[in-house]
Design a protein around this ligand. Structure first.
Ligand code: OOG
Ligand code: MG
Length: 262
């Protein structure tokens, strides 16, 4: 575990990359950032954001599907945090100018119906979910060339940049194996199934609770939970992106302008 001062230095470096939409080099062996240190850096980064008035509004899981693990060359589930500044309304414009090299991926979102305290005797979050929706996540690694180690990506708040949640509905449907079609300008670019997410997105509830406890990540009423992408992420340029999840509905975003690039 790195020192408290080193946590702050790393968090400030990543935070500047977010604000300037300019990539920074990955951390190296000399930086000594292991996964635990990565979570400390992530927390410090969230403190920098809340210090600017951003509000925590949710949590996200990463690498819950083989497609994502294979794409990014990592093999462990990770957790990150969402703030209000990352939220884009369903169907709204998303300005790419504030981003580096964004990618978009199909997700399922769950909503927490109440606060969950870390010491509650729960096995998972199943009974706490009060709504479910199709969602899009826009990830934007702050590292050059979108390359990172597991510890790096944890420190970088799991590449979280923007997210879009479609219409919420009651969580009384089985989401274990639903077709997922991600389209750009009406052309399907990724086709998959929610089964790719740990066999069923609901399986993420136990993993998320365990990780939130372990890494002291708050779970609050109304929080959005992104279960992780069902397919690989696709590079995002200007265009109209639409996700359909069978039986659940659709969500869309209109990407405009162009990202800064590496
Ligand atoms: C890390 C974020 C992974 C997911 O859904 O698996 C993630 C990345 O791929 O940059 O959000
Ligand atoms: Mg994701």
């Amino acid at each position: 575990m790195i020192s408290d001062a080193a946590v702050t230095v790393a968090a400030e470096r990543l935070d500047r990359a977010v604000l300037a939409a300019k990539a920074v080099p990955q951390f190296g062996p000399g930086d000594g950032i292991d996964v635990e240190s990565g979570y400390a850096v992530q927390h410090r980064g969230i403190e920098l954001r809340t210090g600017r008035g951003e509000r925590p509004v949710g949590v996200k899981l990463g690498f819950t599907s083989r497609a994502k693990m294979a794409q990014m060359g990592v093999d462990d589930v990770i957790v990150g945090q969402l703030t209000g500044a990352m939220r884009v309304d369903d169907g709204a414009d998303l300005d790419l100018a504030g981003l580096i090299h964004p990618r978009i991926e199909p997700e399922v979102a769950y909503r927490l119906g109440r606060d969950v305290e870390p010491d509650e005797p729960l096995e998972d979050l199943y009974g706490v979910i009060d709504a479910v929706a199709p969602a899009l996540e826009i990830i934007d690694s702050r590292y050059a060339a979108f390359r990172f180690s597991l510890a790096d990506v944890v420190a970088d708040n799991t590449s979280a940049a923007r997210f879009v949640v479609g219409p919420w509905r009651a969580p009384d449907i089985d989401l274990a194996n639903r077709a997922v079609v991600l389209s750009v300008d009406a052309v399907p670019v990724e086709i998959g199934s929610t089964a790719a997410i740990l066999g069923s997105p609901t399986r993420t509830f136990g993993a998320l609770l365990a990780m939130a406890r372990r890494h002291r990540i708050p779970l609050r009423r109304g929080f959005v939970v992104l279960a992780g992408a069902a397919t690989a992420a696709v590079p995002l340029g200007a265009g109209s992106v639409d996700l359909r999840v069978a039986g659940l509905g659709r969500v869309a975003v209109q990407a405009r302008g162009s990202a800064n690039g590496d």
